[in-house]
Design a protein around this ligand. Structure first.
Ligand SMILES: Nc1nc2c(c(=O)[nH]1)N(C=O)[C@@H](CNc1ccc(C(=O)N[C@@H](CCC(=O)O)C(=O)O)cc1)CN2
Ligand SMILES: Nc1ncnc2c1ncn2[C@@H]1O[C@H](COP(=O)(O)OP(=O)(O)OP(=O)(O)O)[C@@H](O)[C@H]1O
Length: 208
């Protein structure tokens, strides 16, 4: 289903990364039809997940108007191995920041599990099992060509991905207004494998 045009002017995006992050977050909060876009993105994510072989997925608890991936993921946990009905259990992990290494680890989450706040006041699971996701759902403030991602500027995902072996598959998720056609990679940027918006699978790395 095509969405109505976005009410923002992409030509007005500032070149300065700090200002760009701030503007895109304000645009996201101000999206007049964010609910409709979120519903559309839930369905894009749910359908895309059905193509994946994973049993453990790392996600995030939405903040600052981010898309909430947890409804689609919770539904995913209720299915099992490629529709055969009896695959291994499916698990969701949420990120926990390590202050020293500035990397993320993932603790199992299920609806109603014990939670506490992290250093940025983001809810995180408390005392649940550490999990090893084979797929990471990565929230994007913005995104550029070739799977390039703009986050909040902490560098947590890049650091985490640089340290992980094997590296999980990464799917970036965000609303279409976050498209920055001229965004350029910095040396530490690790491109995403796939990008999803409410408009569908908008990018996929060759061979991914
Ligand atoms: N929902 C969600 N959870 C997540 C992330 C994310 O992007 N989204 N992260 C992805 O890495 C990690 C947390 N990273 C974050 C980094 C910065 C800020 C933040 O609020 N930054 C302030 C500026 C703070 C400063 O300059 O010191 C801001 O944006 O106003 C929040 C989360 C792990 N959890
Ligand atoms: N692998 C790494 N090793 C060391 N420093 C890194 C690494 N990756 C990123 N950084 C540092 O983290 C900082 C923020 O990176 P960047 O601007 O790419 O953040 P971001 O991806 O937008 O944020 P986030 O992942 O937290 O949402 C940069 O100053 C960068 O030097």
């Amino acid at each position: 289903m095509p969405m109505p045009p976005l009410p923002f002017d992409p030509l007005s995006l500032p070149r300065d990364k700090k200002q760009l992050r701030r503007l895109l977050q304000a645009e996201r909060q101000a999206l007049p039809d964010r609910l409709e876009r979120a519903v559309q993105l839930q369905s894009v994510l749910r359908i895309w997940l059905a193509t994946r072989p994973d049993h453990t997925i790392g996600a995030y608890w939405p903040i600052k108007g981010e898309f909430d991936p947890l409804p689609a993921l919770h539904r995913w946990t209720e299915g099992s191995g490629h529709g055969t009905g009896d695959g291994p259990p499916r698990r969701i992990g949420l990120p926990v920041m390590n202050r020293e290494t500035k990397q993320l680890r993932f603790l199992q989450w299920y609806p109603g599990c014990p939670m506490e706040h992290d250093a940025y006041d983001i809810p995180k699971p408390q005392g649940t099992d550490l999990v090893t996701p084979t797929l990471l759902i990565v929230p994007c403030v913005g995104y550029g060509p070739g799977g390039l991602r703009l986050g909040y500027g902490g560098g947590f995902y890049d650091r985490t991905l640089a340290a992980l072996s094997p590296r999980p598959y990464t799917v970036g998720i965000g609303y279409a207004h976050g498209h920055i056609p001229w965004l350029e990679a910095e040396p530490h940027d690790i491109p995403l494998d796939t990008l999803l918006t409410e408009e569908g699978v908008i990018w996929q790395r060759d061979g991914a």
